[in-house]
Design a protein around this ligand. Structure first.
Ligand code: AHR
Length: 342
């Protein structure tokens, strides 16, 4: 009986041990089986580099020194980075910009579209088309009025802030003048640069009693800036300051003032925006009092943003440029001018 009991205990222990032994690992799959399984898994996509990018760039045109520097920045930087750049000059015509946008949307090679918009409105249709075509859209220089989910980011100036700075500087220039009548030469009227600079100037000008008695477009050009100022001067010479929304129009106004027998910079204070080489020369000649900087050298930041977006990174909707103010009274003006790129 005892033997039987012992036998039962031994058998129970043996069964328990057998049950606890881990099962054998499965035999390795046949090579063909493994390859087939891998083929089903999508391979993780390698991050794109600048050399992989084809970018369609829609420029406004070539209206002056600021724009020339902006274009050069995009062309030179694309070459340095190995980006394939398809550059389009819209010759300051909105319809050209819109049709170039349609073409880039349809161009299978184009990954990214960069737009410097002539006007703030009228972009929703092409932006939606771009989204459907899977294009990354980056705005440079000019903001637009459109839902911000239709583009990745806007990299450019705070134009309203430039206008506010201009008003503060004009107040300083006219602080000893009893009358503070200012004429405003406006850029291309539908552009964000013109709208926002005008608005920013008006926000601050009241603080010292500036009154704008004349305001008209000079379309960013020396010739038109001169013509408009000439016409005004025929009506009256009662003006203490001219606020030109870019340097070219300021240079045109300076010519008109001289031809009318007035001394620009003294009889009439002249302030413009951009800080181009032409403005520095005019300040060194004593004709221009102040230029508010607007940075055109945006390409490195814009291309970096485009690459990040292509690789799926999300970006802030606006990256404002850092900008200063230069005055004819600055001690080291020549040195500053010599060190600038545009
Ligand atoms: O958008 C920037 C503006 O465009 C510059 O101030 C002007 O000169 C240019 O044409």
């Amino acid at each position: 009986m005892k033997r039987m009991l012992l036998l039962v205990v031994v058998l129970a222990v043996v069964f328990t041990l057998v049950a606890c032994v881990p099962s054998q690992p499965a035999a390795p799959a046949e090579p063909a089986e493994t390859e087939a399984a891998q083929a089903e898994q999508p391979a993780a996509e390698a991050a794109k580099t600048y050399e992989d990018l084809t970018i369609g760039f829609i420029q406004t045109g070539s209206e002056g020194g600021w724009r020339a520097a902006n274009t050069a920045s995009f062309k030179e930087t694309a070459e340095q980075l190995g980006i394939n750049l398809k550059f389009y000059d819209a010759q300051n015509k909105l319809e050209n910009q819109v049709s170039a946008f349609h073409q880039f949307n349809q161009d299978k090679d184009v990954d990214v579209i960069i737009l410097a918009a002539l006007e703030t409105t009228g972009w929703e249709e092409v932006l939606k088309e771009a989204q459907e075509a899977g294009k990354v859209v980056v705005l440079e220089d000019r903001r637009i009025d459109a839902p911000d989910d239709l583009y990745v980011t806007y990299i450019g100036s705070d134009f309203a802030e430039e206008g506010r700075k201009a008003a503060v500087e004009m107040c300083e220039l006219l602080k000893d003048s009893e009358k503070k009548i200012v004429w405003e030469l406006v850029g291309n009227v539908g552009s964000s640069a013109a709208k926002d600079r005008g608005q920013g100037f008006r926000e601050k000008m009241g603080e010292c009693g500036i009154e704008i008695t004349k305001s008209q477009t000079g379309n960013w050009s020396i010739t038109e800036g001169k013509q408009v100022t000439e016409a005004w001067l025929k009506e009256t010479k009662d003006v203490q300051g001219i606020f030109a929304q870019n340097d070219e129009m300021g240079l045109g106004a300076i010519e008109a003032l001289k031809e009318a027998g007035l001394v620009p910079g003294e009889d009439v204070k002249v302030l413009s925006v951009d800080a181009t080489a032409g403005a520095f020369k005019a300040m060194l000649d004593g004709d221009l009092n102040v230029t508010v900087e607007c940075n055109p050298l945006l390409a490195p930041q814009v291309y970096e943003a485009a690459l990040k977006a292509v690789n799926g990174e999300s970006l802030p909707k606006w990256v404002p440029s850092q900008e200063g103010v230069f005055r004819a009274t600055d001690a080291n003006l020549q040195e500053i001018a010599d060190g600038r790129k545009y």
